[in-house]
Design a protein around this ligand. Structure first.
Ligand SMILES: Nc1ncnc2c1ncn2[C@@H]1O[C@H](COP(=O)(O)OP(=O)(O)OP(=O)(O)O)[C@@H](O)[C@H]1O
Ligand code: SF4
Ligand SMILES: [Mg+2]
Length: 336
């Protein structure tokens, strides 16, 4: 088993909640394709509500999807019965945003790690003595001192330590992939880099692939500069390619807009005169005809408003993108 993960045409819709849009269909994912090789890194970036968490939850088996194909090591999970599917999803572990709510406050780290390890020992026919050994191993892997953390409760640890415990718990099941959903956004800024560094190191030390879900390009780049970057807009991938290529030379106006928020990044030091309209959330009643970004795009033409662009290499670009008018532009996002 190697751990290649592939999605083809993943579609997910919800019935909207709330007063205004209640009952309407929300297109969280509109046919998303991706491939993450074993031990690789992939980052999914996009603004709030674009479908990142939905994708992460689908990958970790916490959410169903309407259509499409999700496969691990070439095995199509869509066709499997829940019992057969479960071991595959166990291999993809999700690291949530908030480590505090992910850990039971009434249990010590010792107890938190003992439960999954007891199950793992049973599954793999290992003796009970292995549990304590493995506890110490996974804690060391995440940079925690076992004697210090094992007897402690989550509230007795710092946010960074708690997130490390969450990662250690994920490692107890020997996963192939970690899905880190905004995994550092609720952690004190001073501790964030340590967690990002850890995720990067785990790719080497345990060979897990890391799927990083974020709205922050800089962290995506830190985790997986050698990996793939997927830019999602309203449930659709609009640009995808090697992380460095997309960051250094984005061709889709939406990616350019996202990147313009971090002007110090290589290649974007001199934002140019082009302006993108503010990225306020769009009502789902927004027209789905033509390019989904057309209403905000300063480069939209009549074609953009009537025809839906498909992912491809139009303009001879190295990365895939879905724009009729790809171009290197230095843009800057402006407020209303
Ligand atoms: N359980 C649900 N019921 C109804 N709508 C949902 C549900 N979960 C997600 N959605 C909707 O699906 C869309 C995608 O949501 P998702 O949480 O995946 O976005 P996101 O990219 O993770 O956003 P954020 O950056 O704010 O975390 C949003 O419009 C959201 O309101
Ligand atoms: S296809 Fe047209 S509207 Fe869409 S991003 Fe490209 S230029 Fe803008
Ligand atoms: Mg989210």
């Amino acid at each position: 088993m190697s751990g290649d993960i592939e999605g083809v045409g993943i579609v997910k819709t919800y019935k909207a909640r709330g007063d205004v849009l209640a009952g309407q269909t929300v297109h969280a994912l509109r046919g998303v394709d991706f491939r993450i090789p074993a031990g690789g890194a992939a980052s999914f970036i996009g603004e709030s509500g674009c479908g990142k968490t939905t994708l992460g939850r689908i990958l970790a088996g916490l959410e169903t999807y309407d259509s499409g194909r999700l496969s691990v090591d070439g095995v199509d999970l869509s066709g499997l019965r829940p019992k057969k599917r479960e071991p595959y999803f166990r291999r993809i572990q999700m690291i949530h945003q908030d480590p505090y709510s992910a850990l039971n406050p009434t249990r010590t780290v010792d107890a938190i790690l003992t439960d999954p390890l007891t199950l793992r020992a049973k599954q793999t026919g290992r003796p009970k003595s292995w549990i304590a050994e493995r506890q110490r191993e996974v804690l060391s892997l995440v940079g925690l001192e076992p004697d210090y953390v094992l007897p402690r409760y989550p509230h007795q640890l710092s946010g960074g330590m708690r997130q490390r415990v969450v990662i250690a718990r994920a490692l107890t099941v020997d996963p192939d992939a970690l899905v880190a959903d905004e995994a550092v956004s609720m952690i004190d800024v001073s501790l964030r880099l340590g967690i990002l560094k850890l995720l990067r190191e785990l790719r080497e030390t345990v060979g897990v692939s890391v799927l990083f879900i974020t709205h922050d390009v800089a962290t995506a780049r830190y985790i997986g500069a050698d990996g793939e970057l997927y830019v999602i807009y309203r449930g659709e991938i609009v640009e995808h390619g090697p992380t460095e290529t997309v960051i250094a030379d984005p061709v889709h106006p939406y990616t350019q807009c996202l990147l313009s928020a971090i002007p110090v990044l290589h290649g974007l030091e001199r934002p140019g005169p082009d302006r993108l309209t503010p990225t306020e959330p769009l009502a789902d009643s927004q027209s789905d005809d033509g390019c989904l970004f057309a209403a905000r795009c300063p480069f939209a033409t009549d074609r953009c408003r009537t025809e839906r662009p498909q992912l491809g290499h139009e303009g001879g670009t190295e990365q895939e993108h879905s724009c009729f008018h790809p171009a290197r532009r230095h843009v800057v996002a402006v407020s209303a």
